[in-house]
Design a protein around this ligand. Sequence first.
Ligand SMILES: Cc1ncc(C[n+]2csc(CCOP(=O)(O)OP(=O)(O)O)c2C)c(N)n1
Ligand code: SF4
Length: 328
Amino acid sequence: MNSPVKFYQTGTFTVGNRLLDADLRSVQSATTRTNSLNSGHRACQGCGEALGARYAIDAAMRATSSQLVAVNATGCLEVFSTPYPETSWQIAWIHSLFGNAAAVASGVAAAMRVQGRHDVRVIAQGGDGGTTDIGFGCLSGMFERNDDVLYICYDNEAYMNTGVQRSSATPPAARTATTPAVGPHPGNVAGTGKNVPLIAMAHGIPYVATASVANLRDLEDKVTRAMGIHGARYIHIHVPCPLGWGSAPADTIKVARLAVESGLFPLFEAEYGEVTAATKIRQRVPVDEYLELQKRFAHLFAPQRDDARLAAIQATADRNVARFGLVD
Ligand SMILES: Cc1ncc(C[n+]2csc(CCOP(=O)(O)OP(=O)(O)O)c2C)c(N)n1
Ligand code: SF4
């Protein structure tokens, strides 16, 4: 028997919304979008970083009437998009070193200012390793000087490009190449790591936001808002990596959504150090539902359940829910 066709798009969080009025449609549903990151790149199937970057940069292009320069740290996003002499980028794009994207972007912004090109805006982008670890000093300097740059971190929670090594954004208990699932406490050590969105807020910069490929309209909105502001801005986007996380490529959006709905990845915005908005969780789920889909956490469930560490991860989610008021 044929199922009736359902139009889920209108009034939902799905991305197309072609049934809405033109001014309410998403960037991606516009035929005039730039396709900043074009087909032909070499990202893995289901790569959350490729998806997040395309939506983010297309939104920034629309917000700036395509007067945009992107500086890209070394990492998967650079490697899969730009194997010299080819590129999938259809924008003005420059590859920095692994650790200095923020500094190079500050320089590009200064050069544009000196030339009187106030219409040209600058984005820096990189993975969590390039942001929370090796690039952190340059990033903090960019914040402290309030340079006119939007920095976007695509957080896949490890150094994926070089074979899934732990970063300071790797969550507790996660198995990586450098935190193997062996010993009495397998996987990444609990109680370590950095929360860069909160650290960015501590710099008092004009705008900080978190976003997820689970909610691409929200992601587009936040990038658009950030491009309407001058000074240092930071957006931290959660991007599942099927290869590094051991999740099915087809589950990328589902995994990202469960991170949000469990409370492990809170979606919020902040201005000048104060939280101004947080997205409520629509249907709260226990963290197990998120973790079970990923082989990097398999040792938490077999050969026997690691109740203590699962409870600790659940407690982190509970703290986020309370801290950001994620549930009414
Ligand atoms: C100074 C320096 N050290 C190490 C490397 C090797 N390297 C290139 S990309 C990368 C990891 C990138 O990880 P991340 O920033 O998290 O981005 P992802 O690949 O996960 O998107 C490393 C270690 C390098 N290019 N330069
Ligand atoms: S390793 Fe992960 S981040 Fe890199 S291209 Fe593959 S899915 Fe994307």
